[in-house]
Design a protein around this ligand. Structure first.
Ligand code: ASP
Length: 311
């Protein structure tokens, strides 16, 4: 089992067979995670450094746990994004990693393209754990895994990505992946949060009315408003956003069919999702987190060269 890429920098670089291989391998790791002993020695002697220049809860814990379940040696490094100058930090990083002789690097950075820069300078395999507003490939893979697990297939399914499309790396990675795997994709939200070129550049539907989007889709992937990335006023207030684009149980119950609710986290309850919808039977948000572990194990395993999985 081999991927066509040496690094996972973005879904954009993958071919559909890579995505299929990762999802199938993740299915096997999910099975491993149900066993009484959840650890396999597949990445023994592989050294991985987790470089987090930006805050993270789920992604970081998920990667660390995935590495431990695969018996890798891990080193963690975090830096507050605001305290370091971007160019200098990346060059320092390169030199530090080179001297530590690590095999793989998992990297999150607030600058789009930071992991691509690293990949050009060091021999280690790089996994992008989120770069600025560009991509968050393992999130899209775990979202796809969760859709496939719930609906049996991705091809032909209608997925609406709702909210702050403009500043979301989750949106971009999901669009690339879902289109490559044959899903129908819609982006929905206020016009100020959806770039004008979406339809032409990505061949997706664009919808500004929330009810229309929810009536159309099988799955709604709801995004957080990325306030930390907005330097201008793009909507009047969070309260008004909730009135026009917030999803609650009453709205879900009024639709003509039962749809699935997803969210990459962190949820801003009462803004894009009300608690009665986030915690409803239709929500698979916690399954997404659970699946993230198996998907990240699959990515680490495949990029390490795909050695024996079970012994
Ligand atoms: N956790 C996701 C990310 O890192 C989504 C979010 O922050 O809203 O991009």
């Amino acid at each position: 089992m081999q991927l066509s890429v040496k690094h996972l920098l973005g879904i954009r670089d993958l071919i559909p067979q890579d995505i299929q291989t990762i999802l199938d391998t993740a299915t096997q790791f999910k099975e491993v995670l149900q066993r009484p002993i959840k650890k396999v020695p597949s990445l023994r002697d592989v050294t991985i450094v987790n470089l987090f220049f930006e805050n993270s809860t789920r992604t970081r814990i998920s990667f660390e746990l995935a590495e431990k379940r695969l018996s890798a040696d891990t080193v963690n490094f975090s830096a507050s994004a605001s305290s370091v100058a971007k160019g200098e930090t990346l060059l320092d990083t390169v030199n530090n990693i080179l001297s530590m002789k690590v095999d793989m690097v998992v990297m999150r950075h607030s600058a789009s393209g930071a992991p691509h820069f690293l990949a050009q300078h060091i021999p280690a395999a790089i996994i992008n754990a989120g770069d600025g507003i560009n991509e968050h490939p393992t999130q899209a893979l775990l979202d796809a895994f969760s859709i496939r697990e719930k609906l049996g297939n991705i091809a032909g399914k209608k997925i609406a990505i709702i909210g702050d499309i403009m500043h979301s790396r989750v949106a971009l990675s999901n669009i690339y992946l879902l289109k490559k795997m044959g899903a129908e994709v819609m982006v929905a939200g206020p016009p100020t949060l959806i770039p004008k070129y979406m339809k032409e550049a990505f061949d997706v539907r664009v919808e500004y009315n929330l009810r229309n989007a929810l009536e159309w889709c099988d799955v709604a992937n709801v995004l957080r408003i990325q306030l930390e990335r907005q330097n201008q006023v793009l909507f009047s207030s969070l309260r008004e956003y909730n009135l026009a684009y917030g999803i609650n149980k009453k709205l879900l119950d009024s639709l003509s069919k039962e749809i699935i609710i997803m969210h990459p986290g962190p949820i801003n309850r009462g803004v894009e999702l009300d608690s009665d919808a986030a915690d409803s039977k239709q929500s698979i948000i916690l399954q997404q987190v659970e699946n993230g572990l198996a998907v990240r194990m699959a990515v680490l395993y495949l990029l390490s060269g795909g050695r024996e999985m079970n012994n």
